[in-house]
Design a binder for this molecule. Sequence first.
Ligand code: NAD
Ligand code: TYD
Length: 365
Amino acid sequence: MKGKTILVTGGCGFIGSNFIYHVLSARPTWRILNFDALTYSGNLVNFKELSSESASRHTFVHGDIRYGNVVDQLFADHEVDGIIHFAAESHVDRSILGPEAFVDTNVVGTFRILDASLRHWQRRGKPKDFRFVHVSTDEVYGSLGSEGFFREETPYDPSSPYSASKAASDHFVKAYFRTYGLPTIVTNCSNNYGPYQFPEKLIPLIILNILEAKALPIYGDGKNIRDWLYVIDHCNALVKVLEDGKPGESYNIGGEAERENIQVVHLLCDLLDARLRREGRGPSRRLIQFVMDRPGHDRRYAIDAGKLRSELGWSPKHSFEAGLELTVDWYLAHPNWIASVQSGEYRRWIDLNYESRDRNDLATS
Ligand code: NAD
Ligand code: TYD
């Protein structure tokens, strides 16, 4: 892929931004075409720290994957050699309160970008090294009991409108390989954390609430288990898949770091207390509040990433504890970024999600 142009959809979101930083530095001949609608979770300010050399290989195009004419124009204006498709509505709680946007962007939007990619690939003479990498989630597999792991052949069994929409999009991506031969690959990754994550997800939400001495909301009994992966380890896996992954295949990606939510929150409290050493304030653990559970809340996710390890030689480089320290330090060093994403929309969401939990009446809006 030397000197190639990679189209990154959703490049202004959490994982997309980290991916762009990572690739521009790890692959000095690649160019990135970043196509993003700049929804509440997408931020151009994320690229403030790109070096001028990296910035010269990053082109931003403002656009929405839901609109066929916009996507067609993108491919008419640019030649692309590979695609990493991140753009999505990504938050389970938002999908519970407003599922339709998830169908529009994750299912219809993915179909539009996939279909336009097929025509682009065909027009260019079906190059063999072209890849469409669809970035999906382990949540498509549903919930595990106390034993076992998700493998690539585990049947899909999604619980939330978010995971159902991702599952539907995965099926379209696989169908385009089988039906038309488009060289697609699906990756199913566990929960990411790290810099630039929008503070509606557990880890950044808890960091910000500790900083502001606000309640730390834990759904249900706090014993739901997630597998956590530092975002740069995910980006590294995606580069390997893009370069060496086999078309038509799926790859599971995980951090070998299963933790109960309450353990994650305790760790964050202790890390921040050690760094802030604030006089006159008790330990942050006192802010923990158990709140109404998420409906359809999956109990446990755990990934067997053996295929990626044995076929492509990938393994995570950050332990959960080391990654969490890097993450906490990043948020402490970026108060301006935090202020810039805590817009009216952010406050509206916090009121909607947590006040309705207080009243015990979550409903679609
Ligand atoms: P995010 O919400 O931070 O970013 C999503 C990006 O997509 C934003 O920049 C947003 O502006 C853009 N976008 C949304 N709708 C769009 C549209 N209609 N057209 C164009 N752009 C649009 O999400 P994230 O956490 O970075 O996740 C990225 C991808 O990775 C998603 O597909 C998600 O399902 C998947 N994933 C995320 C995780 C995780 O833990 N965050 C884990 C596994 C897989
Ligand atoms: P989240 O970060 O929303 O990711 P996902 O739902 O995709 O796994 O949530 C991670 C876990 O944390 C999940 O089990 C729900 C829980 N959670 C809370 O307990 N409180 C919260 O305020 C949030 C946002 C999540």
